[in-house]
Design a protein around this ligand. Structure first.
Ligand code: NAD
Length: 441
């Protein structure tokens, strides 16, 4: 089989590469010529564990190629996946201009039957707009070429994207014809070996499924953060409460970790877009509005603890920050909570020295030289007034705090992810602040 994947970002590159891994001929297309030229040389635009080796392997086997030329790349394909960005517009709704531009280009250039699959996260009704855009282009050139649209939302997690794509919990596909269902079944058959289902449904339900999934996950995070804040006030320990509730199978122990708010390229924008879709259709998403509100508050929680500890005198203080990316194992800085904390510290005249295993280059695009970048985590600690653990990369989980205590000016740790043991830190002379636990320890 042969496919084209249009948009070679986090989702498109992983999707294309994983399809090529199972023997499908894939062309990944992007309008960013630098990105495509680099990919042809084996230089990846993003960090994702295991991706580089897989790209190189499949490029060498000539099952995976890269192009800026959509017109020629879609010829002879069974399906074209649209995996371009759907950023929030000013009103919070998903901006569909990139998706529809690709749909028009496909309609303009396709010469044979094709399943046009939306992989980008798009509101209910978008597949219909994609269909219309293609029909208009075909009509404009007097062509009568059959095609189908399908919705195939992506559920991969950055940092574990390959594993998620190769061994998905489920694959959701919205179709409106047997022919499209047949093509999608053939494409996804190699990924169903672990017994997880390929779930076919109507197109609007597939489009909604993605938003419902992300909205539910964001809700779990905000709920736990709300509970954590109350634990702090009431003298309870959220780490205990989490274990207590997580052992109830109806609740489950995943995704109930308190922290400093969700970020990234998906949860914030998808929650906003779903609230917006509902509003446009006369319905108010009350729970999700609160989810957003709690998240906004949570992004300030660590800063408020810092400010209180130093009695508001942050000018001239130096803060070591461990972790910049919005979560571990990715270089993605979109809506990263680190950016909010750093901005607040800098506004108060503090200095920041940060280290992240892979996201520092990406961080420089937004932070530039407003902060210093350490060559490793310990270097950031030299003469620091406090350490802020912001992203729980595995390498930060068990640092040598005896070494750290000798490097730092003041021994204070603000743990935004509750990964350290307060008792252990106290024994080494540190003051410890966590989320939803007794303050300070
Ligand atoms: P991204 O910004 O990393 O990549 C988008 C790519 O599309 C860019 O390389 C851009 O140059 C390219 N592009 C834009 N217009 C184009 C055009 N007309 N023709 C060809 N290429 C074009 O975005 P992403 O993170 O991969 O997200 C893509 C979509 O997938 C979004 O809708 C997102 O919500 C969804 N999604 C993302 C994730 C994630 O973890 N990143 C997970 C699931 C779903």
């Amino acid at each position: 089989m042969r496919i084209a994947v249009v948009g070679t970002g986090y989702v498109g590159l992983v999707t294309g590469t994983c399809f090529s891994e199972v023997g499908i001929d894939v062309t990944c297309i992007d309008i960013d010529t630098t990105k495509i030229e680099n990919l042809k040389k084996g230089i990846l635009p993003i960090y994702e564990p295991g991706l580089e080796e897989m790209v190189l392997r499949n490029t060498q086997k000539e099952r995976l190629s890269f192009s800026t030329d959509l017109a020629s790349s879609i010829q002879g394909c069974d399906a074209a996946f649209i995996a371009v960005g759907t950023p929030p517009g000013e009103d919070g709704s998903a901006d569909l201009k990139y998706v529809l531009a690709v749909a028009r280009a496909i309609g303009h250039h396709m010469n044979d039957y094709l399943v046009v699959v939306t992989k980008s996260t798009v509101p209910v009704g978008t597949a219909q707009k994609v269909r219309q855009a293609i029909e208009e282009e075909l009509a404009a050139r007097g062509a009568d070429i059959p095609f189908d649209v399908a919705s195939n939302p992506e559920f991969l997690k950055e940092g574990a994207a390959i594993e998620d794509f190769l061994k998905p919990d489920r694959i959701v596909v919205g179709v409106a014809s047997e022919k499209a269902e047949d093509v999608m079944t053939k494409l996804y058959k190699p990924f169903l070996m672990n017994g997880h289902p390929l779930i076919f449904m109507d197109i609007p339900s597939a489009e909604m499924t993605k938003y419902a999934a992300n909205a539910m996950l964001a809700t779990k995070i905000s709920f736990m953060n709300d509970i954590a804040n109350l634990c702090e006030i009431m003298g309870a320990d959220v780490n205990m409460v989490r274990r207590g509730i997580g052992s109830d199978a109806r609740i489950g122990n995943k995704f109930i970790y308190p922290g400093i708010g969700y970020g990234g390229s998906c949860f914030p924008k998808d929650v906003k877009a779903l609230i917006r879709t509902a509003g446009e259709n006369g319905y108010e998403m009350r729970v999700l509005k609160s989810v957003e509100e709690v998240n906004e508050h949570q992004k300030s929680v660590l800063f408020n603890k810092i400010s209180a500890h130093f009695n508001g005198n942050l000018a001239g203080k130096t803060f070591a920050i461990w972790g910049l990316s919005f979560k571990p194992k990715t270089d993605d800085m979109r809506e990263a909570p680190s950016l909010v904390i750093i901005k607040k510290l800098l506004e108060q005249g503090a200095q920041v020295k940060a280290y992240d295993p892979v996201a520092m280059e990406e961080a420089k695009h937004s932070l530039g030289d407003t902060i210093q970048y350490g060559k490793d985590e310990y270097e950031t600690l030299i003469d620091a007034d406090a350490l802020l653990l912001v992203t729980e990369w595995p390498e930060f989980r068990s640092p040598n705090f005896t070494v750290a205590s000798k490097l730092m000016k003041d021994k204070v740790v603000f743990d935004g992810r509750n990964i350290y043991d307060a008792k252990d830190l106290n024994e080494k002379g540190f003051t410890y602040y966590g989320i939803g636990v007794k303050q300070p320890v």
